[in-house]
Design a protein around this ligand. Structure first.
Ligand code: NAI
Ligand code: PYR
Ligand code: MG
Length: 371
């Protein structure tokens, strides 16, 4: 198959869909790879590195989209990219369609076959193509919070871990999945006082084992969330219902009762955000304030550390991308986990939670693929 890698165009997005390592694997499997010039510069991979790996270099995104059967990206396509996609062309990338009706319409009109990294599943019930970026974002969330607590950054002037004789900051993590676990590990490692809330009892049991007392666990009821949030210096929003819009777990009414200049980091913003007052921000202007509470809501946090995150992402996407390149849409007929990634197929939505969030009709991926 001819596979295309355009340069990412979202604000401050420096990751790349295929690293030279991955290009070499595609080429070794008999595929042709067309990479837009400069696509890898954010990770220190110049055009020569891609040529060495076996790619051809295209001078424009137009050339990449027009000359290939599958596009491998990182972030959801931007409006200029919807227009370059065509019927039957496979798009393999993050989509986060539930809070994004404009993108959904753009992709439906293009007729493309859009496979979303974030809804591909594995046999253990996990999300293997979301997990590596959730690991990155969970860790970054604590860096972002620590920075936002500092006085020169406009914060309340608190050191996350405190020092001997002075109490540390209270960090509350809502959602104890991949993002939540990595955020809690970073916060606990820095010496903060950490509480993790989740609605899954089995998950709370695992977290209790994992943290061995270095983080408290608590069931995520409305009352418990409120109790924790009102005492917090930092709240990390890390809930997910796969494919769906994030549930709102912190209301605007709670903000005025929180400790002044506390920090909310809404990692779940890519699914619409789990705080009522969240709206997406960019790395250029990552924070804003509501009711004296600092909000950090960057929707592509791992884009800030592309030299780590591009490699972690490629390690996870590679086997699925190779299957799509080898078999086209049949790869999804053969693999139910990859099929769960199918969000849009030739003008129809094929992911039920996405359709529900957008209030649009859906068909099953099985019927769309003629199974
Ligand atoms: N902003 C960014 O740059 C990035 C955002 N993300 C997003 O972070 C979010 C979390 O991702 P993961 O940790 O990988 O998901 P996950 O599926 O591993 O964990 C989500 C957890 O939320 C829990 N949960 C669901 N409803 C809850 C509620 N009402 N209260 C408490 N817990 C609840 C689930 O039981 C689960 O343990 C997703 O929206 C993901 O897309 C991930 C990577 C980067
Ligand atoms: C998962 C996601 O939204 C990101 O890595 O940017
Ligand atoms: Mg979006």
């Amino acid at each position: 198959m001819r596979v295309g890698v355009p340069k990412e165009i979202k604000v401050q997005e420096h990751r790349v869909g295929l690293t030279p390592m991955a290009v070499r694997e595609y080429v070794a499997n008999g595929h042709e790879v067309l990479v837009q010039t400069g696509a890898g510069l954010g990770i220190g991979a110049d055009d020569a590195a891609y040529v060495t790996a076996g790619a051809r270099i295209a001078s424009t995104a137009d050339e990449v989209f027009a000359g290939t059967e599958m596009i491998v990206k990182v972030k959801e396509p931007q409006p200029a990219e919807w227009k370059m996609l065509r019927r039957g062309q496979i798009l393999f990338t993050y989509l986060h369609l539930a809070p994004d009706p404009e993108q959904a319409h753009g992709l439906l009109e293009s007729g493309c076959t859009a496979v979303a990294y974030e809804t591909v599943t594995d046999e253990r019930g996990g999300l293997p193509l979301l997990a590596p970026m959730s690991e990155v974002a969970g860790r970054l969330a604590i860096e972002a919070a620590a920075f936002s607590l500092r006085k020169p950054a406009g914060g309340k002037g608190l050191l996350l871990g405190g020092v001997p004789g002075v109490t540390p900051a209270r960090v509350v993590v809502i959602g104890g999945g991949v993002v939540g676990t990595h955020a809690a590990r970073m916060a606990a490692g820095l010496g903060a006082e950490v509480t993790i809330l989740d609605r899954s009892i089995p998950r709370l049991r695992q977290l209790d084992e994992l943290f061995q007392g270095r983080a408290r666990t608590r069931f995520s009821s409305v009352a418990n969330v409120e109790d924790e949030v009102l005492q917090a210096d930092v709240v990390i929003g890390a809930v997910l219902i796969p494919g769906a819009s994030a549930p709102k777990v912190v209301s605007r009414a709670m903000l005025s009762r929180m400790k002044p200049r506390s920090v909310l980091v809404d990692v779940a913003i890519d699914q619409g955000g789990c705080f009522e007052t969240s709206r997406p921000t960019t790395h250029d202007a990552p924070t804003y304030e509501v009711d004296n509470i600092i909000h950090y809501c960057v929707a592509n946090m791992p884009g800030a550390v592309p030299a780590t995150s591009s490699h972690a992402l490629n390690h996870a996407t590679l086997p699925f991308g190779l299957a799509l390149a080898a078999k086209g849409e049949k790869a999804m007929v053969d693999d139910a986990h990859l099929r769960n990634g199918l969000n849009i197929h030739r003008g129809r939505i094929t992911c039920a939670p996405v359709a529900k969030a957008l209030n649009m009709p859906a068909v099953s991926a099985e019927s769309a693929l003629g199974m």
